[in-house]
Design a protein. Structure first.
Length: 397
């Protein structure tokens, strides 16, 4: 796993996310590393089927009621108050919230509870800042005010995953430059996500898009590109892995995805629990994101597996893919450019292979678990040490 930075044992750290699925799939390696370094780790999320799995692995997990789509101020204030009471009772040295809602609520509640150190991770700007609809625009300025409060103060630190988001938060006065840190993603286990052994699989080119089924991910463009290339007579297999996300306003109804599956251009696999074996069976992984990402997990996992990547020239996506070196970048919302890029790799399998090899090398250099874990634990040790007296008072209370 690689050496990480420890602090004196039994300092408590809270990891707070909007789903237990996120904690299990994206932050389990961090929780494991923290326990091994001597931290007392508490995991918090709304209830779900992955919470018991976390407990079965020996982690302490507590469910907390929170509605992802709620805009009722009284309901949301109640969530923050419950969190603040929990933090006062648990007296952690540090609270780390993931995704924009948990980053804000966790930081505000921790500030109210007097927690010594607050770390907020924002993976992309989220619905309010990227959507064009009227409700998102209406919420934008109030959210900026809340962010300034949540991310303000000497004990607050912000983690972003790409340069565009870093500039956004600093340039808009939402976070101080000296307290804003770029850590590229949540890490990928490059010993589990590895290139396929042996000779290349024979047969047609296999293309995969693995994502939550949101319009924002460019899945509509993927379906159009697949249909166009099938109409041309190309023998290409197009696969789509993931489920709709009812908690997101951009979720694609399952009936529409099922219709694509029945009509033939796409094979819908639904939710895939273990993605590493799936990546091993494909040649190209695409993510035609419309607005950008924090740092797309599907792309860094596919890169670790040595797959050629196609994605849009959007924040986060272009931070993973170097055009013509580790993959191909295409314009946003351009299904014809996506189709052309897929056709190019279908015609030039050597190019696809070389892009995949370069993507694997970049994953090892920039996105592997040990790199991300070390950067994160170094930040923890720094902010806890900077406020050691507050930590000691909180622990004695």
């Amino acid at each position: 796993m690689g050496k990480i930075v420890a602090v004196p044992p039994k300092y408590k750290v809270v990891l707070f996310a909007n789903t237990d699925w996120y904690l299990y799939n994206f932050r389990l390696s961090l929780a494991r590393a923290l326990v091994e370094a001597g931290y007392d780790v508490l995991l918090i999320s709304p209830p779900g089927k992955y919470g018991p799995r976390l407990r079965a692995l020996g982690y302490r997990w507590l469910p907390i009621a929170m509605e992802r789509r709620s805009l009722n101020p009284l309901v949301e204030i109640a969530v923050v108050c419950r969190l603040a009471r929990l933090f006062r009772r648990e007296a952690p040295a540090l609270v780390h919230g993931f995704t924009i809602k948990c980053a804000v609520y966790g930081a505000v509640a921790a500030r109210l509870a007097g927690v010594a150190a607050r770390v907020s991770s924002v993976a992309g700007l989220g619905y309010v800042f990227v959507s064009r609809d009227a409700r998102a625009r209406l919420l934008r300025n109030p959210l900026k005010w809340i962010l300034r409060f949540a991310l303000g103060g000497r004990r607050a630190s912000l983690i972003v995953q790409n340069e565009t988001d870093l500039r956004f938060f600093v340039d808009n006065g939402l976070a101080r430059a000296e307290c804003t840190h770029l850590i590229p993603g949540s890490g990928v286990d490059c010993t589990r996500f590895t290139p396929r052994a042996g000779a290349r699989r024979p047969g047609p080119l296999r293309v995969l898009l693995a994502s939550r089924l949101l319009w924002d991910k460019g899945i509509g463009e993927y379906a159009r590109a697949a249909e166009a290339l099938k109409t041309e007579g190309r023998d290409i297999e197009f696969m789509l892995a993931g489920d709709p996300d009812p908690g997101n306003p951009a979720s694609i109804p399952s009936e529409i995805v099922a219709s694509w599956n029945m009509a033939g251009p796409l094979r819908w696999l639904g939710h895939v629990e273990e993605t590493a074996p799936l990546y091993a069976e494909v040649d190209v992984v695409v993510l035609p994101s419309r607005y950008g990402e924090g740092l797309p997990r599907s792309l860094i996992e596919a890169a670790a597996c040595g797959k050629a990547l196609i994605t849009t020239d959007a924040p986060g996506c272009r931070d993973v893919v170097a055009h013509e070196k580790t993959g191909l970048l295409i314009p946003i919302e351009d299904w014809s450019a996506l189709a052309a890029a897929i056709a190019r790799l279908d015609d030039d399998r050597r190019l696809a292979h070389s892009l995949g090899q370069a993507a694997r090398a970049r994953a090892l250099e920039c996105f592997a678990d040990p790199i991300i874990l070390r950067a994160t634990t170094e930040l923890y040790a720094k902010v806890i040490s900077a406020h050691a007296e507050v930590v000691r008072r909180s622990s004695r209370a």
